[in-house]
Design a binder for this molecule. Structure first.
Ligand code: FES
Length: 573
């Protein structure tokens, strides 16, 4: 049966065939602005569109349900609306890789269209609540909230929150919203005069240092056209997907390939988080054990290739924080295209990414008071060599011996953000704070990254994070600030609640994107960033922020010896 509806202003028809609206748009109608981050879990929000003006997650919407209705993607937004949101997102640094962004723009623009959220006043908490339907790995939410505040005319930020509290307590808040918002936004320019006009080359240079991979966060990225591999695949290409055992199954199209492969379904398991590496014996002044952590990048691994061609990179716009550096999908696309004599797409679902992609290696760290100690690091059968991890730990913590311990589990990677050296840096920084008697919750902690970046971070027990960063020439304040805020978000999540269950046999049990424990917009505190302009070559700054924020967050968590602190505590209570 054919389904007819209006899509971005034109009448379209598609065979029902039990299709979801997302598959109808992406696979049959050539509209690729809505993204597939977790289909059909309906948990990441990347596929959000408007249906009759209301934001809807299209991967869980049967296409037959939109018969006769009006569907709008970012491609179909009225030009002034698209321009307003794209401008606000680029001005605020609210989009990095951009995979989550078009869905978020549509969600927030629907608030704009309605003016209120569920009968509530449109304020910062309402914006954060609207974002609960979405996930973003890169930005840490704050810059998105700032962009929304700018478009919606809503005061956001630490001072706006204080004004709301004062108002709630019956005292009048001081100043208008714009002034409050402006005061928070000025933290980046605290050391100098008004920011110069932005230069797109310098923006990309800074993004590449932080990513670390080429990245453009312009209007096209915000509106869903960053050139992701699975958006640029030629129509009619055959599609290969992994089956339950990981081997590839080829089909005429995505639906056919998934039908043949017997797609693994996402699930949240009751299996508790485990810390698979035991501490080395010793009389330690400080210990830390970590668990399996999913890199949680939003764009699943994908590539395509024509025979004899160069495969589309799965890192079209950003580095996935190291998570796709050794992704096999480009090589598979090239091999299959050559074998089959035609274009082939290789597409991993969210469940495939979790089952097959690399994790942050769990560690067990024991530190003596003099900074010597042992860090045991999990290494699993399918992993790439961990030599780079060992070398970076030696660089930041020469007194630490690294022991690789074979355990059953998913592949681990030394490429994930700060793997190994961040844990060592956290341990030494906290040890230093303890020795100095400056380890109370909320104390500032300083960390240096192997690449030369330096950061100082304080995480207040009641919320609120202060960051200072030294990363050489700043190049672009908006981009560096955005990455520093994202690094704080990632660090707080890592310490407090990120982790995936892996059973005793080494199988990953948590296959849904929400089970990773990424911090929501509502749970992310406000971050104030001060960028120090230095007269030296620019270096990565956000990795140092990541390590310093993790150490500072650990102090506020009372130095609980196993991460993620809050889930471990919950499991024990
Ligand atoms: Fe949100 Fe990358 S910008 S996931």
């Amino acid at each position: 049966m054919s389904v007819e509806f209006r899509l971005d202003g034109r009448i379209v028809q598609v065979d029902d065939d039990s299709l979801t609206l997302l598959d109808a748009m992406r696979e049959h109608l050539g509209v690729r602005a809505p993204k597939d981050g977790c289909s059909p879990q309906g948990q990441c929000g990347c596929c959000t569109v408007w249906v009759d003006g209301a934001a809807r997650v299209s991967c869980v919407t049967p296409v037959r349900r939109v018969a006769g209705r009006e569907v709008v993607t970012t491609d179909g937004l009225p030009e002034p609306v698209a321009a307003r949101w794209a401008g606000a997102f680029t001005d605020a640094g609210a989009s990095q890789c951009g995979f989550c962004t078009p869905g978020i723009v549509l969600r927030l623009a629907s608030l704009d269209a309605r003016g209120v959220s569920g009968g509530r006043r449109l304020d910062e908490p309402a914006i954060r609540t609207a974002l609960a339907a979405h996930l973003c790995r890169c930005t840490g939410w704050q810059t998105i909230v700032e962009a929304a505040g700018a478009v919606l005319g809503v005061p956001v930020g630490r001072s706006a929150g204080e004004a709301r509290e004062a108002e709630g307590a019956g005292r009048a808040g001081e100043g208008d919203g714009r002034a409050e918002r402006h005061a928070d936004a000025m933290d980046v320019a605290a050391e100098g005069s008004p920011a110069p006009p932005r230069d797109s080359l310098l923006e990309s240079w800074r993004a590449q240092l932080e990513g670390p991979a080429f990245q453009v966060s312009d209007r096209q990225t915000v509106l869903g056209h960053a050139g992701f591999a699975d958006d640029t695949a030629p129509p009619g290409a055959r599609v290969a997907v992994p089956g339950p055992d990981g081997s590839l199954v080829v089909g005429a199209d995505l639906a056919d390939a998934r039908r043949r492969s017997g797609k693994v379904q996402g699930r949240n398991s009751p299996v508790p988080l485990r810390h698979p590496v035991a501490l080395a014996p010793g009389d330690w002044a400080l210990t830390l054990q970590t668990t399996w952590v999913e890199p949680a990048y939003l764009e699943p691994d994908a590539s395509w290739c024509v025979p004899g061609g160069r495969p589309a990179p799965p890192l079209a716009n950003g580095g996935a924080f190291g998570g796709k550096r050794t992704s096999p999908v480009p090589g598979l696309a090239r091999r299959l295209a050559d074998e089959l004599g035609g274009p082939v797409r290789v597409v991993w679902s969210r469940e495939d990414v979790v089952r097959l992609g690399p994790k942050r290696p769990p560690v067990a760290l024991g530190l003596a008071a003099d900074g010597t100690g042992v860090m045991r690091v999990a290494c699993t059968p399918g992993s790439v060599a961990l030599d780079p991890l060992v070398a970076r730990v030696a660089q930041v913590a020469p007194g630490l011996r690294v022991e690789l311990v074979e355990v059953a589990g998913p592949p681990v990677s030394p490429d994930l953000r700060g793997a190994g050296w961040a844990e060592a840096t956290v341990g030494l920084a906290v040890l230093g704070a303890l020795a100095a008697g400056d380890a109370a919750p909320g104390s500032a902690v300083e960390a240096r990254a192997p690449g030369g970046g330096r950061a100082r971070v304080a995480v207040a027990p009641g919320g609120g994070v202060d960051v200072e960063v030294w990363a050489g020439e700043v190049l672009d304040e908006v981009v560096l600030r955005s990455y520093c805020i994202g690094a704080v978000h990632q660090a707080l999540g890592w310490v407090r609640q990120e982790g995936i269950a892996v059973d005793d046999a080494g199988c990953v049990e948590d296959l849904t994107i929400r089970s990773f424990g990424v911090l929501s917009a509502r749970d992310t505190p406000w971050v104030t960033v001060t960028l120090h302009h230095e007269d030296r070559f620019p270096v990565n700054g956000s990795d140092a922020v990541f390590a310093a924020a993790a150490a500072a967050a650990w102090l506020t968590e009372g130095l609980a010896p196993a991460w993620p602190t809050r889930r471990v505590a919950e499991a024990r209570s």
